[in-house]
Write a protein that binds this ligand. Structure first.
Ligand code: 5AD
Ligand code: FES
Length: 346
């Protein structure tokens, strides 16, 4: 008989490389079901059947970087570029606020057009109008001074996926101007400043192995992030990885569960990418231990331009439709979307 999920993973919140390999490779459905059940139970013990929602505002798809996996990489001349004005961003927030969103995630490429002053002005204005909301930034690698300035302007959280904690793998995913050391340092600075900080990675990115994943888990252990964003890699047709295979639903779910068991308190989204590779992907993600969903608040006329990967869902849906759709999806599996900032529960 195959090894069962070792009890000590839950108790010590530690996993060995061999256990990780066993869990990722097992063909035994009893083992994967046991993993899922335990991860779900762990999430419920801390967050109940409450699902936190984040309103995602994709405010620029200009990017100076050239990551091999990403559809808005600077050398993709086929990307139709846009930027939202402050007024447009505020209008997204107003819509979102009225729908019950209490967290706004401002996400964009690394766009030099938006100076620190611009970002601070955006954050300050949102917090003035909606003092009870949380603002999350997801705008890439910046200096410690910039991160501090955004924090002082009122930003509460910051998402910066580390993408992989393995040096060689990092080089396979990014051109040489980018470095894992620099990225890890950004995350360290974000934590130090006091942000609720999110790191994360794609599942099934080209070159990923059990060993690189094990390094991801070790890095997460060391960083102690409040949020961990993981979703499947999905190829984008205009990138060097166009012909690579996507990450699978099954591996993404197993990793969500493992992460829930070893980081019980983490805010863990069931991502749009997960919903893209499977029509019930987000529901399955929640049932595997995730506790956050991030419906899109971006204006519908720019939705299909923010394409990091092919076949992204929800590009034609108004915010209200996404919110209602998400509430119904969560209800269908016995969960409830709540109007709450949804802060980390230590
Ligand atoms: N497939 C899945 N996720 C992607 N991201 C970027 N490109 C892709 C892709 N092709 C993820 C990265 C990034 C986040 C904003 O989106 O992990 O950090
Ligand atoms: Fe966007 Fe279902 S979540 S339409």
């Amino acid at each position: 008989a195959e090894l069962q999920i070792p009890e000590h993973i839950q108790e010590t919140q530690n996993i060995t490389r061999e256990e990780l390999e066993m869990i990722l490779h097992t063909q035994n459905p009893l083992v994967t079901e046991e993993l899922r059940r335990r991860a779900q139970q762990t999430a419920k013990a801390i967050y109940g059947n409450k699902i936190y929602v984040r309103g995602l505002i994709e405010f620029t798809n200009y990017c100076k970087n050239n990551c091999y996996y990403c559809g808005i990489r600077c050398s993709n001349t086929d990307a139709d570029r846009y930027r939202l004005s402050l007024e447009q961003i505020l209008s997204c927030c107003e819509t979102g606020w009225n729908l019950g969103f209490r967290t706004f995630v401002l996400q964009g490429g690394e766009d030099p057009h938006f100076t620190d002053e611009h970002i601070c002005q955006i954050v300050r204005t949102i917090k003035e109008i909606y003092p009870d909301c949380a603002v999350t930034l997801s705008i890439g690698e910046k200096s410690e001074e910039s991160y501090q300035a955004y924090f002082n302007a009122g930003a509460d959280r910051y998402l910066l996926r580390h993408e992989t904690a393995d040096e060689d793998h990092y080089k396979k995913l990014h051109p040489e101007q980018m470095s894992l050391v620099f990225r890890k340092n950004c995350l360290k600075n974000l934590k130090k400043i006091g942000y609720q900080t999110g790191c994360g990675f794609m599942v099934g990115s080209p070159g990923q192995t059990v060993d690189t994943l094990y390094r991801d888990l070790l890095f997460i252990k060391e960083l102690k992030p409040e949020m961990i964003g993981i979703g499947p890699f999905i190829p984008h047709k205009d990138t060097p990885f166009a012909k690579e295979s996507p990450g699978t639903l099954e591996q993404t779910l197993r990793l969500l569960s493992i992460i829930r068991l070893i980081h019980p308190h983490a805010l863990l989204p069931a991502t749009t990418a997960l919903g893209t590779i499977d029509p019930k992907g987000r529901e399955k993600g929640i049932l595997a231990g995730a506790n956050v969903v991030m419906p899109n608040l971006s204006p519908v006329n720019v939705r299909d331009k923010y394409t990091l990967y092919d076949n992204k869902i929800c590009t034609g849906d108004e915010a209200a439709e996404c919110k209602a759709c998400m509430a119904a999806r969560m209800k269908s599996i016995g969960y409830e979307v709540v109007t709450d900032r949804g802060d980390y529960k230590a």
